[in-house]
Write a protein that binds this ligand. Structure first.
Ligand SMILES: NC(=O)c1ccc[n+]([C@@H]2O[C@H](COP(=O)([O-])OP(=O)(O)OC[C@H]3O[C@@H](n4cnc5c(N)ncnc54)[C@H](O)[C@@H]3O)[C@@H](O)[C@H]2O)c1
Length: 254
């Protein structure tokens, strides 16, 4: 119960890494607002979490590219659970591998809209509520191991994660004196629905096996792995940890 009594928002919580983070937060006693655009999966996860005991969960639709919807989620968290302790800006979209010169402006705009402006909105919208809560409140951003080990044919996606990485570190310094921490998680490829996108549109067992072998610890990252790391960063055990971009990658970036 390392997060007992804490209120958290997890964006992109309906599936993948976000669902693992939300589940682990609730297991540790946190109340969780699940924010996503996938209503069916979001509502289902809220039901699952509420059936397990631990912290409570509520689903609230929010497209992170729209500031008013992110503001509404923060207001919902404060009204429903009495405050906000942790914002997890996890929502993101992937990219199918494509040579740089074939990356369309529309794809670039969409990637930056969700993966960078979405994070910007989440941090800015959460900050007044985190300040009301005071020292110890914190932000976690899901970045990517791609910021340490770049890949070909994912230039636009990687650039969005580079921006989110520097946003995290800059904001951590700006808020440090207020004891509000800002950290990032940098996962390698994971067992999530996004994997298919990185594999060109369809997940295949052969490619998955190759990718699993490419990770020194053999195997991809699970939503629970991300949840476990996020619990640490969100908890008071990480009291003096800010501005870090924690690889959760089985040694991939070594
Ligand atoms: N899966 C990987 O291999 C991998 C590796 C490194 C980093 N990441 C990052 O992890 C994060 C989570 O991805 P995932 O792998 O769990 O993928 P996922 O597709 O399972 O989850 C992403 C979630 O974000 C939601 N979402 C998408 N656009 C949104 C928007 N505009 N507003 C609100 N919600 C939105 C989706 O509905 C989905 O539930 C992303 O930021 C992604 O870039 C993933």
């Amino acid at each position: 119960m390392r997060l007992k009594g804490k209120t958290t928002i997890v964006t992109g919580a309906a599936t993948g890494f976000g669902s693992g983070i939300a589940r682990r937060f609730a297991e540790e006693g946190a109340n969780v607002v699940l924010a996503d655009i996938n209503d069916a999966e979001g509502e289902k996860l809220a039901g699952d979490i509420n059936g397990q005991g631990g912290g409570r969960a509520r689903y609230q639709r929010a497209n992170v590219t729209r500031r008013a919807e992110v503001d509404a989620v923060v207001a919902f968290a404060e009204k429903t659970f009495g405050g906000l302790d942790v914002m997890v800006a996890n929502a993101g979209i992937g990219q199918r591998p494509v040579p740089f010169e074939q990356t369309t402006e529309a794809a670039y705009d969409r990637l930056f809209d969700v993966n960078v402006k979405g994070v910007f909105h989440c941090c800015q919208a959460a900050l007044p509520a985190l300040r009301r809560r005071g020292p110890g409140s914190n932000i976690i951003v899901t970045v990517s191991a791609v910021v340490f080990t770049v890949r070909p044919k994912l230039v636009a996606y990687a650039a969005t994660k580079g921006a989110a990485f520097i946003l995290t570190r800059s904001l951590a310094l700006e808020l440090a004196a207020e004891q509000i921490r800002v950290n990032a998680l940098c996962p390698a490829a994971g067992y999530t629905p996004m994997l298919a996108e990185f594999m060109g549109g369809a997940e295949t067992a052969d490619v998955r096996a190759l990718w699993e072998q490419a990770i020194p610890m053999k195997g991809l990252i699970t939503p629970k792995d991300m949840g476990d790391a996020a619990v640490f960063l969100a908890s008071s055990e990480a009291r003096m940890v800010t501005g870090v971009c924690l690889p959760v990658d089985g040694g991939r970036t070594l």
